[in-house]
Design a protein around this ligand. Structure first.
Ligand code: PRP
Length: 215
């Protein structure tokens, strides 16, 4: 994992051969639906492994087959929050590493004219202050959807939040890192700009449409 100097301290680029390889599959317009889904799931695994490095742990006493010893476990329950729809493409990968996690849902859809997020479904644990929250969304473009998600999560009490993305654009990263300095942001790619429709360029297209065959 490397830090990008010109961006905020709460921004983290997850960059290595494996994540680059998965991104290459996701970015290619020729990648077929099953391979796109599989690569998104595998990238989510990588992102969870990296983003959980900052999770707090607590000591626990156990017995190995030989003697008592002290080990560490993650210090609280984890809540995964996929942002519908595209975030669902990262859920199975995240659950593979965090199988006991609670799952909450944020339903947001960008208006195609304004690119502003419209909320259509929220189902979150009410006691989110007890949880370590991981937000899943392959795309961070203008940052509007993520900013609305984070505001909602904080209304529900969340205090420890990390966000996991496949591709993020600089304008969106600048927005969310400044609006939410208490949240950590992880992405496998940082793309320079948005086009006139607020799509990430070069990006990977519309992740929701590519995951669910609604192109
Ligand atoms: C996409 C993406 C993010 C959002 C990013 O979802 O999955 O949630 O747009 O854009 P923003 O940073 O400018 O808000 P979309 O609204 O297309 O919905 P979908 O996942 O159902 O396709």
């Amino acid at each position: 994992m490397s830090e990008t100097k010109s961006l905020a301290a709460n921004f983290h680029l997850v960059d290595g051969p494996l994540s680059r390889h998965k991104l290459a599959v996701l970015r290619d317009e020729k990648t077929r639906l099953p391979d796109f889904r599989q690569a998104m799931k595998e990238l989510a695994l990588i992102m969870v492994a990296e983003a959980t490095r900052s999770m707090p742990t607590r000591p626990v006493s156990i017995r190995t087959p030989l003697r008592e010893t002290e080990v560490e476990e993650i210090s609280g329950p984890v809540c995964l929050v996929p942002v519908l729809r595209a975030g669902l493409g990262m859920l199975d990968g995240a659950l593979a590493l965090l199988p006991t996690a609670t799952v909450g849902f944020m339903g947001l859809q960008r208006d195609e004219e304004t690119a502003l997020p419209v909320e259509y479904y929220v189902n979150l644990p009410t006691n989110l202050e007890e949880y370590l929250v991981l937000v899943l969304d392959p795309m961070l473009a203008t940052g509007g959807s993520l900013s609305a998600t984070l505001t909602k999560l904080k209304e529900y009490g969340a205090t420890w939040i990390s966000c996991l993305h496949a591709v993020a654009a600089v304008p969106g990263v600048e927005r969310v890192t400044s609006e939410h300095p208490d949240v950590q942001f992880y992405t496998a790619a940082l793309d320079p700009e948005l086009d006139e429709r607020s799509f990430i360029v070069p990006g990977l297209g519309d992740a929701g449409d590519r995951l669910y065959g609604t192109l």
